[in-house]
Design a protein. Sequence first.
Length: 317
Amino acid sequence: MIIEIDNTKVKLLGDPHLGKSFKIGVPLHRLGERERMVRKQFQEELNEVENASYHVCMGDLFDRYIVAPEIVLFAYQCYVTAASKNLNTTYIILRGNHDASRDRERASSFDIFAALTAPIKNIKVVKDTPLIMNDLGYFPWHPFMPAREMVESIDQPLKAAFGHWDKDDFGQSNPNLIPTDALAKITEIAISGHVHIPEEFKRDGVKVVMTGSMQPYNFMEDRCGDLYVTLTLDEIKDRDFSNKCVRIRLRSGEELPTDLNCLQLVAKRFTEDEKPSIEVGFGEFDIRKMFEDACSEEGVKDEIMKEVWSKFEEMKR
């Protein structure tokens, strides 16, 4: 995604989540393909800057605060290569909530990445305090400092603010909720990673752009079906799914096909009185569907899923 802010061109990279593992429902002979797809797109996103003055990774460079050493080295080498190729572009990497631990005594893979890239002039890792460059503000996720407190530490006007913020609070006094009322005192535009589905809205007079993740990482995040699709057995006939992750809605007695060529294959069962075409729309919030989708994504057995849900229902009474 490319945006222009007061004649300054900025390329945005949504959460990459390097080191994320894809194993549930993946055929043995295709293990590792999704990981390679992520790495390939990451390299392309860093190198194809389109003459932008800034390239901003919006947080969650890594999928966990500790990833394999080869993943850290890969990220470092990609950034060094891109930065040396695009000397007029400043690469900024925000720390996300997946990049840090709440244990003060433990260093993360992100900390190691920051130390490795520190000598490179056009790479800036933002991990403890906000960074202000050319009247653009960059706010990292912090394990101990609320987002509001970090924003309120800045008293100068900004052309835009970049952060790794939550869009909604859900009544939980979320310390990472985007503090639009505080941001409104210093800027009119806020760009945020963290939420994996892209969206734009206005709150407290601030235009908020949620970039979404670099690519969808599960069925719930892919609204367009570019990579993850949910279909019935009838709907998969005579179609090519070789580069898709497929979830099949099965009626009682139906089984997953054994010969479908795809990146991932998982099942989601529905009862006979359900209509398989019904899906939750953009504006709906169906917690049971979200729960079932998450269980399906992780390969949780139906009987376990039903038992957990029944206990949840009991707790609400």
